[in-house]
Design a protein around this ligand. Structure first.
Ligand SMILES: [Zn+2]
Length: 69
């Protein structure tokens, strides 16, 4: 089953999952999770790369980007 980016107006296939830890003020961008999670947000490559966090947050990227984007 194909999952698409969760950004509004973006119908691109999701390739990454962003997991946000609100109490810990942290977010992690990693490979698409095997199953959709209530804690995860699925994003396409473009939006995963553009994802940022507010000041004071920690952003962890686990991106395996081979080749040119
Ligand atoms: Zn997108």
């Amino acid at each position: 089953m194909e999952r698409t980016c969760s950004k509004p107006n973006c119908m691109v296939e999701a390739t990454f999952t962003v997991t946000i830890d609100y109490p810990g003020l942290a977010a992690a961008v990693g490979p698409l999770s095997p199953s959709a999670s209530v804690l995860g947000t699925d994003l396409c490559t473009r939006h995963a790369l553009a994802f940022t966090v507010p000041d004071g947050w920690v952003l962890m990227r686990h991106l395996d980007l081979s080749g040119d984007s």
